[in-house]
Design a binder for this molecule. Structure first.
Ligand SMILES: *Cc1c(COP(=O)(O)O)cnc(C)c1O
Length: 383
């Protein structure tokens, strides 16, 4: 579906998908073939080998490119594999500027793997506090943004950073996992590459690990990523592509409920006497609420808060919950709760000094699509 003017509610259902030409199957089938017959040596119908091309993967990539208003999308076997593919474009000695509050796995990939294997130089800064013009150097090749960030939900002004980066001819990437294409479209604001962990909202059913890159307008950049996707080979299986494509059809519906529930739960927690502070970009008390309001159409369902109690009381509160499950991850239909300091971001605290340390009384919840009254009741009895 080429027409990008249609509502996103329509595009999530139709984009990238057309009836399969031989049978007319309405839903793109799982093409579980590692190789494709050629009419004569070197003459094929666009499909030669499963790592290079796959029709189920094509449909998913077509859908994601459309939803982010991009030129091309590329899917990977995980969010980190997608991020790794971007870093493969750089050369030894190149400099990256990254946000100082990042998904823990992204930080580990940059610090423990890429900075060593590719000899990259990385500076971590808070884009709200520094003048990027002064941080960009001659060897700066990439500006890495995550907004909202995981887990502190800090917001970066995408248009502002994209404008500065363009002036210096530096590429920008935005990890859009926490917003989803329903709530935020970084490419429209001038960002070059969007990255997703499709494991989260895009798949939304907590049954897939996957990742994606979507390229804005730059055809050369898209060709480079295509080459890396095929050369490195961290592609998802046709079965995973099928499931994600299936899930995308309800992305818009799910996000409506996530956005609604997220705000309601944040407002409830904000008033609770056992809670010191709630962080949620949709609250007017969020320090970058104005930027969030300008660039987002909804605020998602990750809510972070600081509990008044000690670690023992916090553990008891989490274990008392009946609907929320103690688990890592986010963006699924079911509500989850976790302790970033003990679970997802334990690695970050071993590197305090470079990144913002995560306090022990910080709790992150991912609000699902259950009825919000039941979720609030559950939080109330556990608190
Ligand atoms: C989960 C996550 C990732 C990593 O994705 P995987 O699919 O787990 O590899 C990257 N960025 C953000 C913001 C995430 O939440």
């Amino acid at each position: 579906m080429k027409n990008k003017k249609k509502h996103i509610d329509t595009r999530v259902v139709h984009a990238g998908v057309k009836p399969e030409p031989i049978t007319g199957a309405v839903m793109t089938p799982i093409f579980a073939s590692s190789t494709f017959a050629q009419k004569e040596p070197g003459k094929h119908s666009g499909y030669e080998y499963g790592r290079s091309q796959n029709p189920t993967r094509d449909a998913l990539e077509g859908s994601l490119a459309n939803l982010e208003n991009g030129l091309k999308a590329f899917v990977f076997s995980s969010g980190l594999a997608a991020q790794s593919a971007v870093l493969e474009m750089l050369k030894p000695g190149d400099h990256i500027i990254a946000f100082d509050d990042l998904y823990g796995g992204t930080f580990r990939l940059l610090e423990e793997i890429k900075s060593k294997s590719s000899n990259l130089e990385i500076s971590y800064v808070d884009y709200n506090k520094v003048d990027l013009n002064k941080i960009i150097k001659n060897n700066t090749k990439l500006i890495w943004i995550e907004t909202p960030t995981n887990p502190l939900l800090k917001i970066t002004d995408l248009k502002k950073i994209a404008t500065i980066a363009k002036k210096h001819k530096v590429l920008t990437i935005c990890d859009n996992t926490f917003a989803s294409p329903i709530n935020q479209k970084p490419l429209d604001l001038g960002i070059d590459i969007v990255n997703h962990s499709t494991t989260k909202y895009i798949n939304g059913h907590s049954d897939i690990i996957g990742g994606a890159l979507i390229i804005g307008k730059n055809k050369k950049l898209a060709d480079k990523i295509a080459f890396i996707q095929n050369s490195v080979g961290a592609i998802p299986s046709p079965f995973d592509c099928f499931l994600i494509l299936r899930a995308v059809k309800t992305l818009s519906l799910r996000m409506k409920q996530h956005n609604y529930n997220g705000l309601k739960v944040a407002k409830y927690l904000e008033k609770h006497k056992k809670i010191i502070k709630v962080v949620y970009p949709g609250l007017t008390t969020h320090s970058q609420h104005k930027i969030a309001k300008k660039q987002m159409d909804g605020y998602g369902a990750v809510v972070t808060f600081f509990h008044k109690g000690n670690l023992k009381e916090i553990k008891r509160f989490m274990q008392n919950l009946k609907i929320f499950t103690i688990a890592e991850s986010l963006g699924g239909v079911e509500s989850l709760i976790e302790s970033p300091a003990l679970m997802t971001h334990a690695y970050v605290n071993t590197k305090a000094g470079q990144l913002t340390p995560i306090p022990e009384n910080l709790i992150r919840i991912s609000v699902g699509i259950e009825h919000v009254d039941d979720l609030i009741e559950d939080l109330k009895q556990a608190l």
